[in-house]
Write a protein of this length. Structure first.
Lengths: 390, 333, 286
């Protein structure tokens, strides 16, 4: 209803004396279906941004138009993007949880004169597909490489990797293995588990039999993570002293209540912890928790969405509200700011975010909730995945 | 759980009142609808093109489910094979001419039809349903494993179709893709109307009603069904190829169980056994979904679920089937 | 050798969890001839109710389990009366359409009411620790699931084969008009067996929650697995479902242990082979 009203207001404004324009931002994300919680986090991050910074840039109103894309579906992504661009006249496209969806939209950007701000999709190559793509999230390479460094620092020699058999899993595996081997480590075995795996006991048996000192794992957050960690604990791997290494998707905050004590002491590397200690973050978390309703649902996509909105506001400011995708993207190249996750900047070359990666440990707070406690910082990481692909 | 029970209970023998004029009226109606779509949604041709691609999938499903009585929850295997066929031809072999890509798509679909048909037709009832699920999941897993060819879960990219007939480029607004889609749909529909009226089509309907009697008459039941599966693969493959051309990315979703199940839902929603039911069901379902999911991106699934339940309660023969029946009844009065 | 035994125990536990959830579906599909794709939705409702009772109301495990089963039956009864009763004799594709519609509604409502985070069901101390089997330790809740599986199988067998309700049910299924003519109130019999099936689903949802965690998409995520179990076992056969779960659990677990990268191929190829060899399921009735 509000949208219709806004549109009506905009129409009147356009028809009469143009006092202010409405600039539309189209956000495509999984707002229903199995990944609904991640889509909710997009919205929470965006709402937190507008709550703290207003829905206006200069004289122009900013309006967000949401479109639901429950699971990876490039054809639907393309038709939604086209609908947003051609019918809704959005000047910016944002969101995108899955890689293939973002890939399907990149060929449209040039012709549509629309920049795309990716708030999650984490395959390195997307930014090379169009010069109008800016990414404020992370790549699996970015978050996995530090874990390999940590493993080497801890004096671990033999690691077994176990990842879900899909793009991000393979990325995480390659990133970890390449770095770990370069540091003199040995990968005793690499397991790729089908995404539909529910019972991980046989995998754990295999990990045990492999004689590795640690297991590096990557699975999509949600039920699979829960099952994997449960099996890790129940099959006695923890007691056997086999260390658990993973990127932070596995201990995302919205899963922690379900993981409970099982996750205590698990160390992961990631770009953002809700418990990050800074004024900027406290402000953000308070606003985002109000926006999402249930504080337990807040997780990492919200911060990429929040920073994505900062980038978009900067673009609107730089173009004075005129539609000029190239100028907008040029304006944010090299842009640096203090994000809730720490200091970040947009790499002018790749248009991917440069950020700190933190080693964190799951800990229990005094009020009984669980959080990711940052214990080590890898400052100013660019995306190593792009360099590796070259 | 015999085949007849699956699709139409005690429906009177398929009405053999096909007339050439009805076919032309049908084609004209589809063309008119396509024109109306263009005028009503000029800004959303990508959606309309996607709908046409899915219509091909549902039509192809109707050939095996509605005509032959084969229950399958794995038909996306054929569609996806078409999409990957066209996509791989373009991305790996440089065959970027849209017409050639469609041909590659239908070849891929036909091959997948032959393969999955020869497995699925071995089962009956629930067993058949589960075989089809197993097949589509195997296809999905194979496409995921062969990431070098298919791009795996990141999707197959680098598909850049050349302008159609060297003249019409595929642009942002999707005019070319839509026109190509409409043309393909009309051609496919025209051919399928012939097929439905042919002795082969009648034989298939006969098998649906009583396979044992047909076999006793000396007709080759399993060969006929397998042939229909290949035809069905051709049609689904055209849809998949169209999808690959218009999206320029092929994702694993095109060989998923989810897509297979949605296709079956759309077919039953429209009404099985008549080509138009497949079209009506797909158009209604996809437009409805697009509308409610844009209106409320967060909780639209409940409304779609309610629609399905309501259709079963008030239009148990599907939207098209029940409308035709109401029309006939009012005419008789 | 130790690894083999260890994998075998895992296989047994996984199979029995599948059994407890799927047996209700086998009953509806085999005896009542309804393709009930919403079966997983009832299991999910059970899981949510148990989680709510234990986490938010602070009730114990047994009470929560009982409440979940009773609550699901209470929710299922009007759905049976208003919706399922109309499709008992409908063609199967219509049943598919209706039950998928119901599943969508349940998912949407669960997402709206409970949010989309994972819900856990906290185990009592007795079930949360490991149990030493000599050659390895196993989580106590897995042993509990195995026991529940055998108990459910025995109880159901007794109900269907040895009680007067079972006789009426089988009579209603085989020939509804004749059973009605003989004074069996077939509608009540169907309603009661539907309630049993929904209750079993809820029971399985709670007991199996450690392996199949409760979240809104549960209803669709595991639907295929449940269908496969019923088809492989033979719809309506308790022994068949039990056998199917043991075989599929073994194939799945062994496949994932031996060739984790190709676990999916292993599983579905086995399903294809079994269904082609036994078109009516391992112990299905003709």
């Amino acid at each position: 209803m509000r949208r219709i009203l806004l549109a009506a207001v905009a129409a009147i404004a356009l028809g009469g004396t143009a006092l202010a324009d409405t600039i539309k931002v189209g956000v495509i994300g999984p707002f229903s279906g199995p990944f609904a919680i991640q889509g909710k986090n997009f919205k929470a991050g965006i709402d937190a941004w507008t709550a703290l910074n207003g829905a206006k840039v200069g004289n122009d109103d900013v309006e967000i138009v949401y479109r639901d894309l429950p699971a990876a579906n490039p054809a639907q992504a393309k038709s939604l993007a086209q609908d947003l661009v051609v019918k809704e006249h959005v000047q910016y496209l944002a969101g995108f949880y899955f890689t293939p969806d973002a890939m399907a939209v990149t060929p449209l950007l040039e012709q549509a004169n629309v920049p795309m701000v990716i708030m999650n999709a984490a395959t390195s190559a997307i930014v090379t597909k169009s010069p109008l793509v800016v990414r404020t999230s992370f790549t699996l390479w970015q978050t996995s490489v530090p874990m390999a460094k940590v493993a080497a620092q801890r004096g671990i020699k033999k690691v077994i990797t176990a990842v879900s058999d899909y793009g991000p899993g393979v990325d995480a595996e390659t990133a970890f293995a390449t770095t770990f081997k370069a540091d003199g480590g040995q990968i005793v075995e690499s397991i790729r588990m089908p995404l539909s795996t529910t019972d991980f006991s046989p995998i754990m048996q295999r990990v045990k039999d492999s004689g590795a000192e640690a297991v590096f794992a990557f699975l999509p957050s949600g039920p699979t993570t829960l099952g994997f960690l449960k099996s890790y604990n129940e099959n006695g791997l923890k007691q056997a002293g086999i260390q658990f290494l993973a990127p932070g998707d596995l201990t995302q905050e919205s899963d922690l209540p379900a993981l409970g004590d099982m996750a205590l002491g698990v160390t992961t590397t990631f770009h953002y912890s809700i418990a990050h200690d800074s004024g900027e973050n406290k402000k953000f978390v308070a606003a985002a928790r109000t926006a999402i309703g249930n504080p337990a649902e807040l997780s990492f996509p919200s911060v990429s969405a929040y920073d994505g909105m900062r980038v978009i506001y900067k673009m609107i400011e730089a173009t004075g509200g005129k539609q000029d995708a190239k100028k907008a993207v040029d304006a944010v190249k090299g842009m640096a700011w203090e994000s809730p996750r720490g200091p970040v900047s947009i790499d002018p070359e790749s248009r991917h975010i440069t950020q700190n990666i933190y080693l964190r440990e799951v800990a229990k707070a005094e009020d009984g909730t669980y959080y990711n406690k940052e214990i080590q910082t890898f400052p100013n990481m660019t995306d190593p995945g792009l360099a590796a692909a070259k | 759980m015999n085949a007849d029970h699956l699709t139409g209970a005690a429906r009177p023998v398929a009405r053999p009142r096909f007339s050439a004029s009805a076919d032309w009226i049908g084609l004209a109606a589809v063309l008119a609808a396509a024109g109306a779509g263009y005028l009503l949604f000029p800004d959303n041709l990508a959606l309309l093109t996607r709908i046409i691609g899915i219509i091909m999938l549902v039509l192809s499903l109707d050939l095996v489910t509605g005509f032959c009585g084969v229950a399958t929850l794995g038909h996306a295997a054929l569609f996806g094979a078409g999409a990957y066929g066209a996509g791989i031809a373009a991305a790996h072999f440089g065959i970027s001419d849209p017409v050639a890509m469609i041909a590659a798509g239908s070849a891929g679909g036909a091959l997948a039809g032959l393969l999955s048909g020869s497995v699925i037709l071995r089962g009956h009832g629930l067993g058949q349903l589960v075989l089809s699920i197993a097949i589509v999941n195997l296809f999905h897993e194979a496409a995921n494993k062969a990431a070098g060819w298919t791009g795996g879960s990141d999707g197959l990219t680098d598909i850049a179709p050349t302008p159609l007939f060297g003249v019409f480029a595929f642009d942002l607004w999707g005019h070319t893709a839509y026109a190509l889609g409409v043309a393909l749909l009309l051609i496919v529909l025209f051919l399928l109307q012939r097929l439905a009226r042919s002795p082969f089509g009648m034989l298939c309907r006969g098998i649906r009603q009583d396979p044992i009697r047909v076999a006793a008459m000396g007709a080759p039941v399993s060969k006929t069904l397998l042939a229909m599966y290949v035809v069905s693969g051709l049609v689904a493959g055209v849809g998949g190829g169209l999808n690959a051309i218009s999206t320029q990315v092929v994702g694993l979703d095109s060989v998923s169980f989810t897509l297979s199940a949605s296709a079956l839902v759309m077919l039953v929603l429209g009404g099985t056994g008549s080509l138009y039911g497949a079209i009506v069901g797909t158009v209604v379902f996809m437009l409805f979904e697009d509308f409610v999911s844009a209106a409320n991106p967060f909780h639209w699934l409940t409304i779609v679920g309610a629609l399905l339940v309501l259709v079963v309660l008030f239009a148990p023969r599907g939207i098209f089937g029940t409308s035709v029946r109401l029309l006939e009844r009012s005419r008789r009065r | 050798m130790q690894s083999v035994l260890s994998v075998a125990v895992d296989a047994l536990a996984y199979g029995m969890v599948l059994f407890v959830i799927s047996i209700g579906l086998s009953l509806t599909m085999g005896l009542m001839r309804v393709v009930n794709l919403a079966h997983g939705a009832f299991a999910m409702v059970g899981g949510y109710l148990a989680s709510y009772a234990m986490r938010d109301l602070g009730l114990g495990y047994v009470v929560g389990l009982g409440l979940a089963v009773a609550g699901t039956v209470v929710i299922a009864a009007p759905i049976e009366r208003l919706l399922y009763r109309r499709i008992y004799n409908a063609p199967e594709l219509i049943q598919v359409l209706m039950t998928i519609g119901i599943t969508f509604c349940v998912i949407g409502i669960a997402n709206y009411t409970f949010g989309s985070t994972l819900k856990t069901i906290s185990l009592p101390g007795l079930l949360s620790g490991p149990v030493d089997l000599g050659f390895r330790s196993i989580a106590a809740h897995k042993l509990f699931a195995i026991l529940c599986g055998f108990a459910v199988a025995a109880a159901l067998w007794y109900l269907v084969e040895r009680t007067s309700f079972g006789v009426k049910l089988r009579a209603s299924v085989d020939n509804t008009p004749m059973a009605a003519a003989l004074g069996v109130r077939t509608k009540s019999v169907y309603a009661a067996s539907f309630a049993v099936s929904a209750g079993l689903a809820a029971f399985g949802g709670v007991v199996g929650a450690e392996l199949l965690p409760i979240e809104p998409y549960y209803a669709l995520r595991y639907m295929v697995t449940f269908l496969v179990v019923v088809a492989v076992g033979g719809a309506g056969s308790i022994g068949g479902a039990l056998l199917a779960c043991l075989v599929l659990g073994a194939v799945d677990t062994a496949g994932r242990y031996l060739m984790p990268d190709y676990g999916e191929f292993f599983f579905y190829l086995a399903v294809i082979l079994i269904v082609c060899a036994f078109p009516r399921g391992l112990l299905g009735r003709a």
